[in-house]
Design a protein. Structure first.
Length: 368
């Protein structure tokens, strides 16, 4: 496993490469005056500085939310620079094929292409930031499996821009649904727990007739998972399922929960199917909570009736969803599995990294 210092060194090197290549491959070839080129390059390198400040701000409490938001936007800009760079290089190949065409026409085509890319990039960032600011929608999911209701939230990522106020508003929406069961399918916490204690405790105001059930996501493993487990068990009314199951006789259903696949990498709190399903009532249908959809590849002979997952954020920012689909069998929505069970992949109520969503709406799932 890569050490954290090495990870950050490689990450900053990658960010540097994107900014350097954008300056050398894109800005230097723009048909504009040298003085404007220099100003654009300065803006690009300021963005790189903000990238670094964003990473540093994630692990301190010294940055105000306004500055943190500004720094986080720089990650969005970097993502757009990368996409722009890729498209630009493809267009450059097209320009090389036009060498037999009159110079003035080639210059016009070059300027038009650059202008179009600039306009599309601006629209892309604007739409993504607008999507990131939108409040979560209540998404009604007709699983047609039970005669009770479930509210699922996932990937809240409390910390940074997801603060106490956001949690309060989310709790109000959850309670408006008057669910029988509420489940939290991981990545609830995304910073040191002491700095977000009050925000987490806002979730104690959730009302659910038959309980609130929670599992760990991969991000809990990044922030002292044993301390998180202790906090959840002592300070909240949640039933934390760590390779465990509870039997709800009133509803005639089992709820099982697995720890996250990241446990295999760190050799801590590893998923264990046998433990998770050991105490179920085999006469009842089973709901399985597991953070990553990819967990279905590790279920062996176990066949829960409904699997509730998250992790993917629905791709969060198009076209990133295509990369997610290379690693996860499902990106979002309700799917029927080969054995007849169903899986619902929640797009997440919060976001991670840049405060953007494009092609993916933050959601609270109301499953009936």
């Amino acid at each position: 496993m890569i050490s954290m210092p090495l990870f950050f060194a490689l990450f900053f090197l990658l960010l540097f490469a994107v900014h350097y290549l954008f300056c050398s491959r894109v800005i230097k070839k723009l048909l504009i005056s040298p003085s404007i080129q220099k100003r654009l390059m300065l803006l690009v390198w300021i963005n790189y500085l903000f990238n670094i400040l964003y990473v540093l701000a994630r692990y301190t409490t010294l940055t105000s939310n306004s500055f943190y938001y500004l720094f986080s936007l720089s990650i969005s800009v970097t993502f757009v620079l990368l996409l722009y760079l890729i498209v630009h290089e493809v267009i450059e190949l097209f320009h090389k094929s036009l060498r037999g065409i009159d110079h003035s026409k080639r210059r016009f085509i070059k300027k038009s292409g650059d202008g179009l890319l600039m306009g599309l990039s601006t629209a892309y960032v604007t739409a993504g930031v607008y999507g990131g600011k939108r409040e979560p929608v209540i998404n009604t999911v007709k699983a047609d499996l039970f005669d009770f209701s479930i509210v699922q939230i996932s990937d809240l990522h409390i910390g940074g821009l997801i603060d106490r106020s956001f949690v309060q508003k989310s709790v109000q929406k959850i309670n408006s649904l008057k669910a029988d069961i509420v489940v939290i399918t991981g990545d609830l916490i995304d910073t040191d727990i002491d700095s977000i204690r009050e925000a987490i405790l806002e979730l104690n105001h959730i009302h659910a007739t038959h309980g609130i059930y929670m599992i760990l996501g991969n991000h809990e493993y990044f922030h002292k998972p044993l301390e998180i487990i202790d906090f959840i068990r002592k300070e909240t009314p949640f039933t934390l399922l760590l390779n465990q199951a509870v039997v709800l006789d009133d509803l005639k259903v089992n709820i099982a929960g697995l720890t996250d696949l990241f446990g295999y990498r760190v050799k801590l709190l590893e998923p264990n199917n046998a433990k998770a399903f050991r105490d179920i009532n085999k006469q009842y249908p089973t709901i399985l909570l597991t953070h990553q959809p990819k967990s279905i590849e590790y279920l062996d002979s176990y066949k829960p009736d409904l699997i509730l997952s998250g992790h993917t954020h629905g791709g969060q920012i198009w076209p990133f969803n295509y990369l997610v689909s290379l690693q996860q069998p499902f990106v979002k929505g309700l799917h029927t599995l080969p054995y007849g069970g169903k899986i619902y992949v929640n797009s997440g109520i919060g976001f991670w990294g840049p405060p953007m969503r494009l092609g993916s709406q933050a959601e609270i799932a109301y499953i009936i």
